[in-house]
Design a protein around this ligand. Structure first.
Ligand code: UT7
Length: 329
């Protein structure tokens, strides 16, 4: 280990223009605004419309904005990690496509898949390339076109997800602020409750897999809900205990946006008032790898240098974790 710390030195995001409201979903499936809002907190979500547009196009928009905002030239970027559950293709990686679309020519690129925890895991991974001294400019981009794997005849899932992308720049910290610690977890027991069954090596695409709707996301909501509350609250509490942090020391909790009730339960179990918790699920739904950067982007103007943030996520796998960040911008 070196004494170098990685800091988030820029954040940007992209959301598509099209707004899919609960009222519109009421016309598509047997659901209603009251059920969706009371069970999830979601009022609307964004959908990427347009022929030939994919996760990489949203990711590229987020990265272009990030580079412009931070005055970074694409040639300076040395590593791009794309967090995604909806890559443009099985290969090449979406990170590769985003780099190409943004003029990033000198970087090593790869995708990191951990469902809704992908962005969290990617930030922790990217930070190690900075901490080791290997690289000085790393882009982490979360991009998910969830509408490409959602069955809009399945009311249990189609109300939940939206499309978006968000990106952060990681650089060596100049003042001791930055990524302080990460607790990351995985447990394959979750594979039976949240998955996209076909299209991989287990069940390659066939007429049968299409007819059986196995290229869409499947979720058994109840067990995932319970595991999400237990998983995120335990790692948040573990992080605070490990570093002697109290709720008063933390400026903001930045949780994955899957369900407002999950967020409220995690906040309550870790003793955080909701005023300190970033919530924008009502406008975007669950954007999988984009929820955390989307929050940071929207709250950016309220964040002060040195603020303690706890980022936490939970996703399919299961995968979950927490990162303690001292805001460096
Ligand atoms: O981000 C990755 C990790 N994912 C999560 O963290 C999501 C975790 N799970 C959840 O957020 C919740 O389980 C859901 C929002 C998915 C579902 O909420 P729930 O309170 O667990 O509802 P449920 O699935 O137990 O369904 C309750 C009832 C059922 O009807 P019956 O059997 O009680 O008659 C469902 O058929 O609600 C019905 N239902 C709906 N009704 C109206 C399910 N979806 C809908 C709907 N509109 N869209």
């Amino acid at each position: 280990m070196t004494n170098i710390r990685a800091a988030i030195t820029g954040v940007h995001a992209y959301v598509p223009d099209y707004v899919l409201t609960n009222a519109e979903l009421e016309k598509m499936v047997d659901t209603n605004d009251e059920w969706i809002v009371s069970r999830t907190g979601i009022r609307e979500r964004r959908i990427l419309k347009g022929e030939g547009l994919a996760s990489s196009d949203m990711g590229a928009e987020a990265v272009k904005g990030l580079l412009a905002k931070t005055g970074t030239s694409p040639e300076e970027i040395e590593l791009v990690i794309c967090a995604t559950a909806t890559p443009d293709m099985m290969f090449p990686d979406t990170a590769n496509l985003i780099a190409y679309k943004t003029g990033i020519k000198n970087a090593f690129t790869f995708d990191l898949g951990a469902a809704c925890s992908s962005f969290l895991f990617s930030v922790a991974t990217g930070a190690k390339y900075i901490e080791s001294g290997m690289y000085k400019k790393v882009v982490i981009v979360g991009a998910d076109k969830m509408s490409s794997i959602v069955d809009y005849t399945d009311r249990a899932t189609c109300i939940l997800f939206g499309d978006a992308a968000g990106a952060v720049l990681l650089e060596p910290s100049k003042d001791g602020n930055g990524i302080m610690d990460a607790i990351l977890k995985s447990d394959g027991i979750g594979a039976e409750h949240l998955y996209q069954r076909a299209g991989g090596s287990l069940k390659p695409a066939s007429h049968e897999t299409v007819d059986a709707k196995e290229h869409f996301i499947f979720q058994n909501g109840r067990p995932v809900y319970k595991a999400a509350v237990a998983g995120m609250s335990s790692v948040v509490k573990e992080m605070m205990k490990r570093h002697g942090l109290s709720a008063d020391d933390i400026a903001w909790v930045v949780p994955h946006q899957a369900n407002l009730r999950i967020i409220e339960s995690v906040a309550s179990m870790a003793d955080f008032p909701m005023e300190k918790v970033m919530v924008n699920i009502h406008r975007y739904g669950n954007t999988t790898s984009a929820t955390l950067p989307l929050c940071l982007w929207e709250w950016e103007n309220q964040l002060k240098k040195g603020d303690n943030l706890i980022l936490t996520a939970f996703g399919g796998g299961y995968t979950w974790g927490a990162i303690w960040v001292k805001w460096a911008i």
